[in-house]
Design a protein around this ligand. Sequence first.
Ligand code: CTP
Ligand code: MG
Length: 379
Amino acid sequence: MVIVAAGSGSRLGAPVPKAYVKVGGKTLLQRAIEPVLALAEPVEIVVVASREWSDDADAICRSISPNWDDIMVVEGAADRHESVGNGLAALSESVKYVLVHDAARPFAPVSLFASVAAEVRRTGEGVVPGLAVTDTIKRVDAGRAVETIDRSQLAAMQTPQGFPLHKLRDAYNASPQSMTDDAAVYAAAGHPVHIIDGDPLAFKITTPADLDRAESIVGPTHAVQATRTGIGIDVHAFDSAQPLWLGGVLWPGEPGLAGHSDGDAVAHAICDALLSAAGLGDIGGRFGTDAPRFEAARGEVFLRETLALVTDAGLRILNVSVQVIGNRPKLAPRRAEVEAVLSAVLGAPVSVSATTSDGLGFTGRGEGIAAIATALLAT
Ligand code: CTP
Ligand code: MG
């Protein structure tokens, strides 16, 4: 099995080469290899990767294969044709049949690999999965339709494509020009290529729209399984002898909040929401808020320490939302500033809102402030 992953993915335009783009938390390369490991028969796997990304390819292979020795990573080249050639050269002489597959087709099912392999063995010739073309196809020239092509004679080629190894190697060695699929190289050497039914799931990710389609295939399950939500509430009484620190910023001229630390109810509620989402308890239990090292400590100190705990637990903050309940200070004029400060500390979007309690309760009487926060984490 040769899996080519050395392309740059220029049409996708992602910040990393296509094979290392993730869908539902897994790279395309990992998804392309996984069905091969599920095949009944033992398979020698060669992954073709660009030199700059070969360490990443190694790490992916090692993480998914219980028997890492089965997978070899070899260097790719400037075009797919040459990359495949490098992959074929690396296979052992004892290998009789080879399947060549694009890492850019992450959902090709095990059944497709098995059917192609079985058909190669049966025919002793090239086998390619193809899908009937459903759109009307026209030949165009400079933006003008020139002619309609009979689509009943057309099929869209997919991978994996299977061949007797030695015939395909010879065909590659003899090939006078670069071609975009292996069947074309094989046919150019005069060998027959059989077409079997392809699978819509074996589509290739080429453009951002293809990536959206891929996300929609794995997206919902992934989102449900991989997030955790949490809630936190904090209350502090006003103490006009103190400066007011709220939401990580100083509010000159406003009465402060009482507490062993700086009384920043917004920061503390966020810490509790994060700890609760992570299943790590609460701020009192984690930090002992009465501990000497937290005397007069800024809310930011608790936020940073909480972030470290959450990160150490292998979790990532997706977003935080916090609401302040109280008569003062007026949040609106500085809301953007508070959001920016908190978002920067946590490295994730924090939204801040405020309300009064319509004159009711301790917040309505102006005795103190309450803050309620929620947090969403990704596992
Ligand atoms: N491929 C390769 N070596 C190359 C070019 C392509 O191994 N020099 C691989 C790609 O990694 C991909 C498969 O061939 O798995 C199909 O190619 P394509 O979809 O064209 O991928 P890219 O060349 O990476 O994308 P683009 O053409 O948009 O740059
Ligand atoms: Mg390409």
